[in-house]
Write a protein that binds this ligand. Structure first.
Ligand code: WTA
Length: 637
């Protein structure tokens, strides 16, 4: 029996049991039957969470692009691999077949080689959602270069930090990007970033918007002429199972973003397996994930997972609101999308627009709906279920993380009965548990605790680039011999999991993870600011929004507070990007601090949530009187 594709609930329980009782033979069978290898492994799994060190399929050799492209050529050469839907609805969609993808990835790979990129080199990709983004990712993988995709909404500062952290030799970007009615000048953001990145010797530029741009001599090159001269054949580099495939940055609660490192074999096996089951993908289905490839969802479930299954994956360049709020549904109708995967924040924004934007379109092709990135609230769940799925398409509320590489807890559509706001049951091979603060595992059902994973799975990140110690401290030090997710969760009476949200200082705004410390650092750069503290508060579209408490250096500051707020948000935009702007800024005389000088964020969170009657014990504060004054100030705006 193949365990690869689960079709009913009883089978899920059987497969799950097998995956826990005998993980090695479970994953070995899947790896053996569903992928092509240059050389098989000596050992399926070796692990030690105290180091932490995990290896999967040690000794094996492969190239992920042979699994995502080459092996489909014989049977699916003319099938559409990537279906590109441009920002402008009047521009025709582009269907890139597996054969064309093969040629284009090889040409790009040859250009990278000609430009001096070798196995193990880091390449930063800063592109909009155009086919070249997916192709650049695959071209890096083809030659064994490590890609680091940076979401093209990040500012030049954030880009420079990421380029330098992993010492990238090259940046791949475009002249600009279309986002709804706006054109964004990406190239000048790159130019600004590179003023502080000495290691980058080459910039390849894709022409997209035809904006006027400056090419810096010897460094910058238009991509197209190089592609035109390149050969469409390139033998894939042979990679070891544990060679890094890519680095992807995610925010931490403190300091620098963390460059999560994913490795070739385990990531491939798990993303392919989870894609097939989470979406019940069948040959000829049209699958669409609305994420950006700049995030893990795009890596795993636009590029690698779908292509490893020979699927047709839609890439959408634009935004849900352009030319109007019916755009998603117009695309579903146009391409007869069967599986649709998006984030709760998008669902809430679209639900606000009223039903006429939905009812104009035929959504009957939809078989599976997905949600990812943050908890989905009950109202959004029902709106999605009733109006998009017409109560006929199961919603998979899929919980996972940049660090986990693939979907960890999620219903399997048509297999697991769904329950609003519940991510339900773990995928085969995933062993979640809930812990209390004293390091005890909470056994049984109806419990609420911190979500940990007890046993390795193939697509877990192996380290943080250049900082293994931080990897250990962040994920493997809170609970002994466990991976700690940073999320809280509960298990209900039947064993279903519900994710309750972050328990650390990461705040999820519109599905984007934001650490408070880097935003506070940015705010503190303003010359008038002495200190700041940022917390999240509930927002009906974004899930959470940011609330900043700011102490000014000169408390008698007579400057216009409206202007100050604008300036502070401008600095945040420059340092991180517009996604990290503060929705509310309260100027205050002080912040509640413990005797050891730590800001008591719990109190600030309550005030931002307007829950001021239940502040808990404030007697341990150094300055309890400040709380009253902050509460008074919080009603001013
Ligand atoms: C949150 C995105 C509730 C969670 C794939 C996690 C979710 C963080 C869900 C990771 C979900 C993601 N329900 N919360 N279905 N999916 N999260 O790294 O807090 O961008 O830790 O990966 O998003 O975000 P990341």
């Amino acid at each position: 029996m193949s365990n690869y594709h689960i079709k009913h609930l009883e089978e899920y329980f059987q497969v799950y049991r097998k995956s826990i009782e005998n993980p090695e033979s479970f994953w070995e069978e899947i790896a053996e039957e569903h992928f092509i290898w240059r050389k098989k492994w000596n050992k399926v799994l070796a692990w030690d969470f105290s180091q932490p060190k995990v290896t999967w399929f040690e000794g094996a050799q492969l190239n992920i692009t042979e699994n995502c492209i080459d092996r489909h050529l014989a049977t699916r050469g003319n099938k559409t691999a990537i279906l590109f839907e441009p920002n402008n609805p009047n521009e025709p969609a582009e269907h890139i077949s597996y054969k064309q993808l093969y040629d284009r990835v090889n040409k790009f790979a040859n250009v990278l080689k000609d430009e001096g990129i070798n196995k193990g080199d880091r390449v930063c990709i800063y592109l909009p959602m155009i086919p070249e983004l997916a192709i650049a990712v695959l071209a890096c993988a083809r030659i064994g270069a490590i890609h680091s995709v940076v979401f093209a909404g990040f500012s030049s500062n954030a880009l420079a930090t990421r380029i330098n952290d992993s010492d990238c030799k090259m940046v791949i970007t475009s002249d600009g990007s279309f986002r709804g009615a706006k054109i964004i000048d990406l190239k000048s953001i790159v130019d600004e970033a590179l003023e502080s990145c000495d290691g980058v010797s080459t910039v390849l530029v894709v022409k997209r918007t035809q904006c006027e741009i400056q090419l810096k001599e010897a460094r910058d090159k238009w991509l197209q002429p190089l592609l035109d001269m390149a050969s469409p054949e390139r033998i894939a580099e042979v990679m070891d199972a544990e060679d890094p495939l890519f680095i992807l940055y995610t925010s931490g609660s403190t300091g620098m973003p963390k460059g999560m490192v994913h490795t070739a074999a385990g990531y491939m096996v798990y993303t392919a397996y989870s894609f097939k089951n989470a979406f019940q993908y069948r040959e000829d289905d049209i699958y669409w994930c609305t994420a950006d490839i700049g995030w893990i969802t795009g890596h795993s479930y636009i590029v690698y997972g779908p292509l490893a299954n020979g699927a047709t994956t839609v890439m959408f360049e634009g935004v849900p609101s352009y030319p109007d709020f019916g755009r998603f549904w117009q695309i579903v109708q146009k391409h007869k999308v069967n599986q649709f995967y998006t984030a709760p924040t998008a669902i809430r924004a679209l639900a606000k627009q009223g039903l006429d934007m939905v009812e104009k379109y035929d959504l009957s092709s939809i078989k599976v709906l997905g949600s990812v990135g943050e908890p989905i609230n009950e109202e959004a769940w029902h709106w999605y279920n009733d109006n998009i799925g017409k109560k006929n398409a199961p919603i998979i509320d899929s919980w996972w993380q940049t660090e986990t590489g693939g979907i960890m807890i999620s219903p399997i559509p048509y297999v697991t009965p769904t329950k609003p706001t519940y991510a339900t049951l773990p995928f085969p091979g995933i062993q979640p548990c809930l812990m209390d603060e004293d390091n005890n595992e909470l056994i049984g059902n109806r419990v609420n605790g911190r979500l940990c994973i007890k046993f390795p799975w193939p697509s877990m990140a192996r380290t943080i680039w250049g900082n293994h110690q931080r990897y250990k401290e962040t994920y493997f030090s809170s609970f002994q011999d466990m991976y700690f997710t940073g999320d809280g969760a509960l298990r209900d009476e039947v064993g279903y999991y519900r994710i309750t949200g972050r328990v650390d200082d990461v705040i999820i705004v519109s599905g984007h993870n934001l650490g408070t410390a880097p935003i506070e650092d940015a705010v503190n750069e303003h010359p008038a600011v002495a200190e700041s503290a940022i917390v999240g508060f509930p927002h009906d579209v974004k899930g959470n929004a940011l609330y900043g408490y700011v102490i000014l250096k000169d408390s008698g500051e007579s400057r216009n507070q409206i202007n100050l707020r604008k300036e502070i948000n401008q600095i945040i935009t420059e340092h991180i990007g517009p996604i990290a702007k503060l929705d509310k800024i309260q100027f205050t005389e002080g912040l509640p601090k413990t005797r050891s000088g730590k800001i008591m964020r719990r109190i600030l969170r309550k005030i931002a949530h307007k829950k001021t009657t239940d502040l808990g014990d404030t007697s341990t504060l150094l300055n309890p009187e400040i709380v009253e004054s902050i509460i008074k100030g919080s009603v001013d705006f």
